[in-house]
Ligand binder design. Structure first.
Ligand SMILES: *Cc1c(COP(=O)(O)O)cnc(C)c1O
Length: 360
């Protein structure tokens, strides 16, 4: 069986060594005589898995002690609601950046729970640019400022962290978490669905500063209150145990790779390879302003869209899969998260050059 280079935006490729380890453990985890899937979440075996995963994540991201790490379900999309339900306060308001498809959804959801101020809006550019650093005016009375550091669909990424002063900064990091080092202390809350750069679908990570816990509006369901999960070490009810375990294997793998500094170097090189091929051709085009191009999701359009189907067919035949662009954008998209090797990106750019030579 040959494994392909999988450029899926999510659920996305996982490191092969992680999958191999999971296979070794599948029937019998470390002599427990059972699979991690079959274990009580409160038993000592799973407790050790859970604690190790959290410790490794804290080390990788240098998460300060006054932040809780929550292992939840519901995806990033549930966080679109949980963030305002917990933080916006009664009749409160929050500032949001509108920079692409995912922030648009976050905004639509937040509007159900309070007043949303759109402090930056790049829709006129069709979401191909971002506000320059320091250019966004924040309301000092906002409960928080929400932004999407990497817009997975448009392929635009902030390469800076907005300075919001005393106002807590909330970030949907679903498609960029762990791609590089981060100063967590600049954030009030970070959330991410696991299925892009952490592990399998079904797990959602929330990293939240302790003083922001316990502010949920009256009537918020127990399961949607951060306090519930923080007070119970994410074990108020059954957590997504297998996803948590696999995420732990990914964190170990990241440490073995040399941590996030090293991942940042590799990710930057991978992205540069792809953008170089695109920019040095009249055949491929990426519309995103150079300074804001994503390291993780690289959309590109073929000059001749009638060649799209042939491109996808020949790419698949060459072992390069899931390159079709998002339905709202068209063209292609190569998602090159941590688990995509440089070798995979080289195979893709070689294929692109050859395809251009044949049909360009
Ligand atoms: C994929 C994605 C989401 C949606 O995640 P779900 O876990 O499917 O809810 C939200 N935000 C961003 C930036 C994403 O990439």
């Amino acid at each position: 069986m040959a494994r392909v280079f999988n450029f899926s935006a999510g659920p996305a490729a996982l490191p092969e060594t992680v999958l191999e380890r999971a296979r070794e453990d599948l029937l019998d985890w470390h002599g427990a005589g059972m699979s991690v899937m079959e274990m009580s979440h409160r038993g000592k075996e799973f407790m050790s898995i859970a604690q190790q995963a959290e410790a490794d994540l804290r080390e990788l991201m240098a998460i300060p002690d006054n932040y809780k790490v929550l292992f939840l379900q519901g995806g990033a999309s549930l966080q679109f609601a949980m963030v305002p339900l917990n933080l916006i306060g009664q009749g409160g308001k929050a500032d949001y950046y509108l920079t692409g498809a995912w922030s648009k959804k976050a905004i639509a959801e937040a509007k159900r729970f309070g007043e949303v101020n759109i402090v930056a809006d790049t829709s006129d550019s069709k979401f191909t640019t971002l506000p320059a650093e320091g250019s966004v005016p924040f309301g000092p009375d906002a409960a928080y400022v929400h932004y999407t550091p990497n817009e997975t669909i448009q392929g635009v990424e902030f390469h800076y962290v907005p300075d919001t002063g005393e106002v807590p900064l909330v970030a949907d990091m679903s498609s960029t978490i762990l791609s590089r080092p981060l100063d967590v202390s600049k954030f009030g809350l970070i959330y991410a669905g696991a299925q892009k750069n952490i592990g399998p679908a079904g797990l959602t990570l929330v990293i939240v500063r302790e003083d922001l816990i316990g502010k949920a509006a009256e009537g918020v369901p127990v399961m949607l209150n951060y306090a519930t999960h923080a007070e119970n070490d994410s074990m108020y009810n059954t957590p997504p145990t297998y996803g948590w375990y696999l995420a732990g294997l990914v964190f170990q793998w990241l440490k073995e790779q040399g941590g996030l500094d090293r991942m940042a170097e590799i990710n930057q090189r991978k992205a540069a390879l792809l953008y170089d091929v695109i920019d040095n051709s009249d055949f491929y085009n990426n519309p995103v302003e150079t300074a804001y191009r994503s390291w993780m999701n690289v959309p590109f359009i073929l000059e001749h869209p009638d060649l799209d189907a042939k491109f996808l067919e020949e790419a698949a035949a060459a072992g390069l899969k899931t390159l079709k662009g998002h339905r709202s954008i068209g063209g292609m998209r190569a998602s090159i998260y941590n688990a995509m090797s440089e070798e995979g990106v080289k195979a893709l750019v070689d294929f692109m050059s050859e395809f251009e030579r044949k049909y360009g």
